[in-house]
Ligand binder design. Structure first.
Ligand code: AMP
Length: 178
């Protein structure tokens, strides 16, 4: 394919802001227009994986649910495995679980107990970094299996929520920051 690489500014223009979804006051960042555009979708994967070559990453861990889309494509690009971190109750085999705080109450994410070998090199990906609770819980699960996190990457970061503060100690990358 002879297509130019999209810039982060182009990707940002394709992200649709949906006010008051799923509840009043939330500005939902809808990534479906990015996914529907072949050049933008593959450009996002190139930008998320560009710091690595095949052989440098053993597994790409994706976070339920939109993180799966990017993590799975990144895994294929890097010739790495794909591992899902899911909401509690979805994974069928033995799991490790981690709670994290929401605005009201808590949520729980889970990973299969045998999903990662100790020492395996992991890239952790989600679509969006907001308060950082979800990604921090996912990172805790990856570490609990003895794997090494090379980097945590997002398509979008809501910088004003300071989610990075919960991911101290890990290299964090995001393509579009609001
Ligand atoms: P947090 O744990 O607060 O960092 O929230 C991150 C998770 O919630 C990600 O998996 C996102 O998909 C989702 N999320 C949070 N805020 C938004 C938003 N404004 N638009 C779209 N997704 C969001």
């Amino acid at each position: 394919m002879n297509q130019s690489q999209p810039t982060p500014a182009e990707i940002e223009r394709a992200i649709r802001n949906v006010p008051d979804f799923p509840k009043p006051g939330i500005q939902f960042k809808d990534i479906t227009p990015v996914l529907a555009d072949a050049r933008l979708f593959s450009g996002v994967i190139e930008l998320l994986t560009g710091r690595f070559k095949p052989g440098m990453v053993d597994a790409v861990v994706g976070i339920d649910a939109r993180g799966f889309i990017f993590a799975a494509a990144a895994a294929v690009r890097l010739q790495a495995g794909f591992v899902p971190v899911r909401k509690k109750g979805k994974l069928p085999y033995q799991t490790h679980e981690q709670d994290y705080a929401l605005e009201y109450g808590t949520a729980t994410v889970a990973i299969h107990a045998d999903a990662l070998k100790p020492g395996s090199r992991v890239l952790l990906i989600d679509d969006l970094l907001a308060t950082g609770g979800t990604a921090a819980a996912a990172a805790t699960l990856v570490k609990r299996l003895g794997a090494e996190i090379l980097e945590i990457s997002f398509l979008i970061e809501l910088g004003f929520l300071h989610g990075r503060d919960k991911l101290k100690g890990y290299p964090v990358h995001s393509l579009v920051v609001y």
